[in-house]
Design a protein around this ligand. Structure first.
Ligand SMILES: Nc1ncnc2c1ncn2[C@@H]1O[C@H](COP(=O)(O)OP(=O)(O)OP(=O)(O)O)[C@@H](O)[C@H]1O
Length: 843
């Protein structure tokens, strides 16, 4: 590569005004390109006389009074022109902290810096030639792809719906900062047959780490470490880029300015003692302009794409920590910033050395992220420009000197000139119907003419003119393409103008002749077409008449159907009413059913309850009955025993033996308790009438029987209850000197020595009304203690029974027996007084 193919890095110096105009200044502008740095009187070098005023020459020098606009026009406008022609450029601001780098790059709202002005100029230039949004799409590998119109449309629609949902009020409206003042400059030398799109990215390099400033993820100030950092990559054309960075397609300068403002908000700004708003990171604002040629139909053919890139860099300010008195995190930031700037310096120095001496030393681009990102600019093609910002105050003298030296050195670095635009995709030429190359100039204009013609045809009543009236695109091209050659005569001997004019006119005449021939041909075609159309029209009219007739019939049929439909609808309405009523009734019934179910459930529950109660009750009763039965059995067995005793006594009495009833006191007790069974059987006295007359013969005798109770010696106690009935039977006891009592209340009655016999009369009536009379007879014996006891010896039973009476139930008999025993016990209570087995309940 010769020096003719390369351009040096262009360095411009901008001196900012002093904060306090009366302060000492150490910088003087000598001319448009020369600046002088004078050591201040306070400096060590001045006092010692070792340091003298130094002059530095740059591509351009802007003094304190220079405003933003001239700086932008001089430094940046050529870079924008290159950008719009698909070439790359780098512009960075360099200087001591507080020297005006951010001011130069961003500026104010009313007086924008380089970045907003760049955006203004770009959109002023490409305004009418912009492609629709999302036609070009970043492919995440630093290049772009062309989307179909349908895909782009769907993305636009989804974006519109999202932005409508989450629309926030405009930023400027909130801040009340007023409208942005824009730069009206426009670059005219633009290929209008291209479609353009602008994409921006905004990253910062903080502590040598790359962060995406347009990332929508909110930053948590408490956990800054959580922010996703980015890595740098090299694409297939050896361009460095930030991988997976947010690349926003912007359609206007205002939209781009909003994106810029959003990024700036995220940028880390820390307070130092030198500058209240010092940027602690390097920021890189990248503008990429993508362009693709339009075809003759106004569409973008695939695989033809050119991308130009302009990187606008605001480097963090260099500073001396001793002067800024920074500590902690700020000190670390300062260290990182100074390292990056040192790396930039050494990269440029080695580059210069390699270029001057022809050496091939390795340039340490990778030592810092910023230089790594710049690599493709220094090693590739394009323009590199630097603005050195200088604060002329005396305090900055040392740093300013160092910056000036570096800036002057940087001018010696050469960068390869970009000759061709960066074509990213292969062009695949498409031919017009006539075989011409689709990339002929004038396509946009031709397409406009064609579109206009179709629009007019549509207004004239042709619904689809593109297919019905095919246009000869060549005619459109020739009409739009021809423009007159320059007609200004430079000198009298300038024959080239006449020759060019003649050539041009000849071409036009040829074009005109061919168009005339084509027109004649078209006229004939049109006439034939019209004749055909007229014939077709006559046929159509006849057809139309018959169709009218058909239509009439159809209408009347339609009317009939409509009437039917109306009837059906009214019937339907009635049915629906009925259905509704039935549904209502069904609902009522359902509710009633539910209530009934409820009641039923309650009833069932009650039944269950009652059943459970009944069961318990039955259980209790069964237990009670069982107890009763047990008691009854006991009583029965007792009665059995007593009956047996009575029988034994009777037998004994019958046998004339004096045997004491078990339970009586006396020496012969054991004897009386165990009477001999043989003796019992042997006892038989035909004079005694027993309770079972069937065994002893008939109860009624014709002669009067004498009772065994007859004892002429001693008196009787005739114990007979008041309610005793006279039975008038032939069987009558004979008792001498009987003392009759109804109740045994006095013990003297029985201890009376004149009394020796005792008889107890009881009467009972059974369920069939028969009366049974019993006479219990015994001897009254004197006891050892001086009392008396009755020893029952005999019982005489007289029972009335009807010959027709039913046989007694065994249970009844048992009951009778039981009650009789109880009665005897009750009545004998007093008779056995003094006896050790007197019942407790006896009075
Ligand atoms: N040319 C200028 N005219 C008027 N004011 C200026 C000019 N240059 C800088 N200033 C002002 O000086 C202050 C510091 O400028 P600026 O922030 O641009 O410095 P910086 O070099 O970016 O500092 P740092 O590197 O610390 O970020 C700002 O308030 C800015 O408005």
């Amino acid at each position: 590569m010769t020096s003719r193919d390369r351009d040096p890095v262009q360095v411009y110096c901008r001196i900012r005004p002093l904060d306090v105009p009366s302060d000492d200044s150490c910088v003087t502008v000598l001319s448009d390109t020369v600046v002088q740095v004078v050591p201040p009187e306070t400096s060590q070098g001045y006092r010692s006389g070792t340091t003298k005023a130094t002059q530095y020459t740059f591509t351009g020098v802007f003094d304190e009074k220079t405003t933003q606009k001239p700086i932008f026009h001089t430094v940046t406008l050529p870079l924008i022109e290159d950008l719009l022609h698909g070439k790359n450029s780098l512009l960075f601001a360099y200087g001591v902290t507080g020297s005006g780098k951010t001011h130069t790059m961003n500026g104010e709202l009313q007086d924008g810096g380089i970045i907003p002005r760049c955006l203004d100029v770009i959109f002023n230039s490409i305004g009418h030639y912009q492609a629709k949004k999302y036609i070009f799409k970043p492919d995440k590998m630093n290049s772009f792809e062309i989307q179909s119109e349908i895909d782009a449309l769907s993305e636009r629609q989804s974006e519109a719906s999202t932005s409508n949902k989450f629309k926030t009020p405009a930023r400027r409206g909130q801040d009340n900062e007023g409208p942005r003042v824009t730069d009206a400059t426009r670059i005219s030398a633009l290929d209008e047959d291209q479609a353009y799109a602008v994409f921006v990215t905004f990253v910062e390099v903080y502590n040598n780490t790359v962060f995406d400033l347009l990332d929508d993820t909110p930053i948590d100030p408490l956990r800054p470490g959580k922010i996703q950092s980015k890595i740098l990559r090299e694409d297939q054309h050896h361009n460095m880029y930030v991988h997976a960075v947010t690349e926003v397609e912007v359609k206007s300068a205002d939209e781009a300015a909003e994106v810029l403002a959003k990024g700036q908000k995220r940028r880390r700004v820390a307070h130092t003692t030198l500058n209240a708003e010092s940027s602690r990171s390097h920021s890189v604002f990248n503008i990429r302009v993508v362009q693709a040629p339009l075809d003759y139909q106004g569409a973008i053919p695939e695989k033809v794409l050119t991308v130009g890139q302009l990187s606008l860099v605001d480097l963090a300010g260099s500073e001396r920590n001793s002067r800024t008195k920074t500590t902690g995190e700020r000190l670390r930031e300062a260290g990182s910033i100074n390292n990056t700037l040192m790396t930039l310096r050494s990269c440029l120095e080695i580059l210069r050395e390699n270029q001057l001496n022809g050496t091939n030393k390795m340039v340490p681009y990778r030592d810092s992220k910023i230089t790594h990102l710049f690599k493709s600019y220094f090693d590739g093609e394009g323009k590199v420009r630097m603005i050195v910002c200088v604060n002329p105050r005396a305090d900055d003298y040392d740093e300013t000197l160092s910056v000036m030296r570096f800036a002057e050195m940087a001018q010696e670095v050469q960068i390869a000139r970009a000759v061709q635009p960066n074509i990213r995709l292969e062009a695949t030429p498409r031919a017009t119907p006539s075989g011409r190359d689709a990339l002929l100039p004038g396509r946009r204009k031709a397409n406009r003419v064609l579109t206009e013609a179709y629009r007019k045809l549509e207004q004239g009543g042709i619904s689809n003119p593109q297919s019905e009236v095919p246009f000869d695109i060549d005619m459109v091209f020739s009409a739009a393409r021809c423009s007159w050659p320059p007609l200004e005569l430079q000198s009298a001997s300038d024959d080239r103008l006449i020759t060019a004019l003649v050539e041009y006119l000849q071409v036009r005449i040829r074009d005109q002749q061919s168009r005339r021939e084509q027109q004649m041909k078209k006229c004939v075609e049109v006439r034939t077409l019209i004749r055909e159309m007229e014939e077709e029209l006559i046929l159509k009219r006849q057809e139309n008449l018959s169709l009218h007739e058909q239509l009439k019939d159809e209408r009347s049929r339609c009317q009939t159907f409509e009437n039917r439909v109306l009837n059906a609808e009214s019937a339907n309405a009635t049915l629906q009413r009925h259905v509704l009523e039935h549904q209502k009734y069904a609902r009522l019934l359902e509710e009633e059913l539910k209530e009934k179910d409820c009641l039923l459930n309650q009833g069932e529950m009650e039944i269950q309850h009652v059943k459970a109660k009944e069961k318990t009750k039955r259980q209790l009763e069964r237990e009670k009955l069982k107890k009763e039965l047990d008691r009854y059995k006991q009583v029965e067995s007792q009665l059995q025993r007593q009956t047996e005793r009575f029988l034994v006594m009777r037998d004994l009495l019958d046998a004339g033996c004096s045997v004491k009833v078990p339970g009586t006191s006396g020496s012969s007790e054991s004897e009386s308790r165990t009477p001999s069974i043989g003796a019992t059987h042997r006892v038989s006295d035909p004079r005694v009438v027993h309770g079972t007359p069937s065994l002893r013969g008939p109860a009624v005798s014709t002669r009067k029987r004498r009772s065994r109770s007859v004892d002429p010696g001693k008196g009787w106690i005739d114990h007979r209850p008041e309610s005793t009935l006279e039975t008038d039977t032939v069987f009558q006891p004979q008792m001498n000197r009987a003392k009759s009592i109804t109740k045994l209340v006095d013990s003297k009655t029985i201890t009376d020595p004149k009394v020796s016999k005792y008889v107890l009369t009881t009467q009972e009536q059974d369920s069939s009304g028969e009366i049974e009379t019993k006479l219990y007879k015994g001897d009254v014996l004197t006891t050892v203690g001086g009392g008396a006891q009755v020893v029952l010896q005999d019982v005489e039973i007289l029972r009335h029974s009807s010959p027709t009476a039913a046989k007694r139930h065994s249970d009844g008999r048992l009951k009778d027996v039981h009650s009789r025993v109880a009665d005897i016990e009750n009545r004998c209570g007093y008779a056995i007084e003094g006896h050790n087995r007197v019942k407790k309940h006896c009075p």
